[in-house]
Write a protein that binds this ligand. Structure first.
Ligand SMILES: Nc1ncnc2c1ncn2[C@@H]1O[C@H](COP(=O)(O)OP(=O)(O)O)[C@@H](O)[C@H]1O
Ligand SMILES: [Mg+2]
Length: 225
C-alpha cells in the first residue's frame, strides 16, 4: 500500500492554514516518525494520512488513486486498511475485553488467543473485566493501542503513543512496531518527544514546524527497517 500527499493544505477555521503545502509519500514497509513541537500540525497530518479528515486543498493518493473523489463503498473498503489511534484514549463504555474486541467485531473478524496474548503483554489481563472508565491513563492508552494492534492494519497511525505509557510498555510497543514493519506494514507515529529507543529505529523522520514539513530524512540507521 502507498499513500501520497500532494500539496496538502488544511484549515480548521477557513482563514488560517495549519498545514501548508505538505508533500509526502508513505510506502510499505516503513516506519515514519513525525516530529515537531506542540501545535505544529502533527495530529492534523496524521488524520489526513489516516483518511479521517479531508484536506482543504491538495490530494491524497492511495495506490495512485485520488481518495477523496472515490465513491463511499470504495472509501470504506480502503479505510479498513488503516487504523488511527488518538493521542488521548478514546474509550467506549463497557469492559476492557468489550472495548478491545469491538474493533474486531465491527470488521467481522475473530482472533481468540491472540487477543489475550496482546492483553497480557500490555499488562491488561488483571483489568480485563474492569469498566474502561476506571482504568489509569496508562492502562487506557495501552488498551487503545492493543485494540489497534490486533486489527493488524496495513497502516497503523499512532498519535503520541508513548505519553502515559511506562518504560516497559514503551519498549514493548517499540518491539511491536519493529515487527509490524519487518512483516511489511507501515507504521506512522507522531511524537513531540523523540525517545532514544525510537530514535534508534527511525529511518524516515518527518519534521513538521508551523504546518510545514521542515525536513524529511531517510537515514539508513538500521538496514532491517
Ligand atoms: N479542532 C480544531 N479546531 C481548530 N483548531 C485546531 C483544531 N485542532 C487543532 N487545531 C489547531 O491546529 C494547529 C495544529 O494542531 P495539531 O495538528 O493538533 O498539532 P500537534 O499535533 O503538532 O500538536 C494548532 O494551532 C491547533 O491549535
Ligand atoms: Mg498532536
Amino acid at each position: 500500500m502507498e499513500i501520497e500527499l500532494k500539496n496538502i493544505w488544511y484549515s480548521y477555521d477557513s482563514y488560517t492554514y495549519v498545514l501548508k503545502d505538505v508533500n509526502l509519500v508513505l510506502r510499505e514497509p516503513g516506519l515514519y516518525v513525525v516530529v515537531g513541537p506542540n501545535g505544529s500540525g502533527k495530529t492534523t497530518l496524521l488524520k489526513i494520512l489516516s483518511l479521517i479528515i479531508k484536506p482543504s486543498k491538495g490530494s491524497v493518493l492511495v495506490n495512485g488513486r485520488d481518495f477523496w473523489v472515490l465513491g463511499d463503498d470504495e472509501k470504506s473498503l480502503i479505510r479498513k486498511s488503516i487504523v488511527y489511534v488518538h493521542d488521548k484514549p478514546v474509550l467506549l463504555r463497557g469492559s476492557v475485553r468489550y472495548n478491545v474486541e469491538l474493533g474486531l467485531r465491527l470488521r467481522g473478524e475473530k482472533r481468540g488467543d491472540e487477543v489475550l496474548e496482546y492483553i497480557s503483554r500490555y499488562g491488561l489481563r488483571e483489568v480485563l473485566d474492569k469498566p474502561v472508565n476506571k482504568l489509569s491513563a496508562g492502562q487506557a492508552k495501552a488498551m487503545t493501542i492493543v485494540r489497534a494492534l490486533i486489527l493488524k492494519p496495513k497502516i497503523l497511525a499512532l498519535d503520541e503513543p508513548f505519553t502515559f505509557l511506562d518504560n516497559t510498555k514503551v519498549k514493548l510497543l517499540i518491539e511491536d512496531i519493529q515487527r509490524i514493519v519487518r512483516d511489511g506494514g507501515i507504521v506512522v507515529i507522531a511524537t513531540h518527544y523523540m525517545y532514544r529507543d525510537l530514535e534508534d529505529i527511525s529511518k524516515n523522520v518527518i519534521e513538521v514546524v508551523n504546518g510545514e514539513v521542515a525536513t524529511l530524512s531517510s537515514v539508513k540507521k538500521n538496514p532491517t527497517l
